[in-house]
Design a protein. Structure first.
Length: 451
């Protein structure tokens, strides 16, 4: 079983891996009770079982993966196992934090790996091995291993809270932050950070330095909900008071109205000058009170509908803002990954000096030569020269100036041009160490085009 744990820095990947170690230790106890051998756990998480951590974990053996051992994860008696490679115990568990720094795990060009440790993973299930690979981005893992991953967990921490969501898939996801991937997750768990896990490795206090940051639109939503709650409570109090008035006045109406009823035989002038009728409260009938209650309820429902519509609009705006922010993050990391893969290693230095820019590469068998824009042969090693042929976009492209035909010729044109099938003539002493700029490469050639 191969697990892949991904997530941005300080989102809780390592802490979740420590939780998985606790689960493995508990499973080891059950295995021992059943008479089965315990799994050997190998872990390279920084600080695990070191002298400066508060909690020490049992069954941790760092030496096997720290000592630079050459490991074979296939059948122990496989004749294809190279000499010098060792076979770990059956059922062992390997936890690689920052796995993209391990040579046989990190991403390289090509679908299949030629590293024995990597391609022996094809048979790791026969030995009951468990791998937990931890990295920031799934693109950092070798393409050979991607197809072998059976569980992909992506840990996402929201707003700096001390908890994170864990999205789970039963296969490798190239972009776990996309809406499609999140929708297709077969399970979403809530993982709460705990000092129980933090105290097991050196970066235990890293999560505490993150401050909680809640988007402002959420404050508006909370304020609107609070206002609606206050309105509902206020209307409820009024309704209870009115109902009490109805019951009280219904019982007391005959006793109150009869003594205070105005004398219709009085002259209107006398009635206006009499102060007592003006100060006397007007008694309402039951029907009038019920009509007032109904009117207030209608007004309340109308106000509630307005508040609900406003809340829905604020919620929609919040969703749009969050979606736009997530899209910006995805675009940023996508550009970062493209720059890392496609640009030459010394791009900034080469950009300011055209003489250092590799404009054409010619490879014939074990011979690889690189030329700059002037057609000068560059002093690169075979590996440095071959680096420019391993991925498109690494050879510098022209800015529109006139350069030689070799620089502007695409790879497929060179392969189909018979003029380039001939070996170039040997340089003479008059050439002063420069390679000829005429016909050069054969079927393996690369060059930049116009940008």
């Amino acid at each position: 079983m191969i697990y892949l744990l991904t997530g941005q820095p300080r989102n809780g990947k390592t802490q979740y891996a420590i939780k998985m170690i606790f689960d493995l230790i508990a499973d080891n106890r059950k295995r021992i009770d059943k008479g089965k051998p315990a799994r050997q756990i190998y872990c390279n998480i920084a600080g695990v079982n070191s002298d400066d951590v508060k909690v020490r974990l049992p069954c941790q053996n760092q030496d096997l993966i720290f000592a630079g051992q050459k490991l074979w994860f296939g059948e122990h008696d496989d004749p294809a196992k190279p000499e010098g490679y060792i076979c770990p115990d059956l059922g062992s568990v390997f936890i690689y934090d920052e796995c993209h720094k391990v040579p046989w795990i990190k991403e390289r060009s090509g679908t299949l790996s030629d590293d024995p440790s990597c391609y022996s993973l094809n048979e790791h299930g026969h030995c009951d091995y468990i791998f937990i690979l931890i990295t920031q981005f799934p693109q950092y893992v070798h393409t050979h291993i991607r197809g072998l991953i059976q569980e992909h967990y992506h840990i996402k921490r929201n707003f700096g809270f001390r908890s994170a969501k864990v999205y789970r898939w039963d296969e490798y996801q190239i972009n776990p932050r996309s809406d499609t991937s999140i929708k297709n997750a077969y399970q979403v768990d809530r993982f709460r950070f705990s000092s129980k896990y933090q105290d097991c490795y050196k970066s235990a206090s890293a999560h505490d330095s993150i401050k909680v940051h809640i988007p402002k639109p959420l404050y508006y939503v909370a304020g609107g909900l609070l206002l609606i709650g206050m309105l509902i409570y206020n209307q409820y109090q009024k309704s209870a008071l009115l109902k009490n008035m109805i019951s009280t006045q219904t019982a007391d109406t005959p006793a109150k109205i009869a003594p205070n009823a105005p004398d219709l035989t009085h002259h209107p002038k006398d009635t206006q000058t009499d102060p007592k009728p003006q100060n006397q409260p007007v008694a309402l009938t039951k029907e009038q009170i019920e009509a007032q209650i109904k009117l207030q309820q209608e007004q309340f429902e109308l106000e509630l509908a307005k508040q609900r519509a406003a809340m829905q609009m604020q919620y929609a705006e919040l969703q749009q803002q969050l979606t736009a922010q997530q899209q910006q993050l995805d675009d940023y990391y996508r550009r970062l990954e493209m720059y890392r893969k496609q640009l030459p290693r010394d791009y900034r230095i080469q950009k300011s000096d055209p003489n250092l820019q590799v404009r054409a590469v010619v490879k014939r068998g074990n011979d690889c030569k690189a030329y700059n824009a002037n057609g000068d042969l560059m002093t690169l090693t075979f590996d440095e020269c071959n680096y420019y042929l391993q991925a498109s976009g690494r050879v510098h492209k022209t800015n529109g100036a006139t350069v030689n035909q070799l620089e502007l010729t695409a790879v497929h044109q060179l392969m189909n041009n018979p003029a380039y099938n001939q070996r170039p003539p040997e340089p003479t002493a008059a050439a002063e160490g420069k390679e000829p700029r005429g016909d050069a490469p054969d079927n393996n050639a690369g060059g930049g085009g116009q940008k």
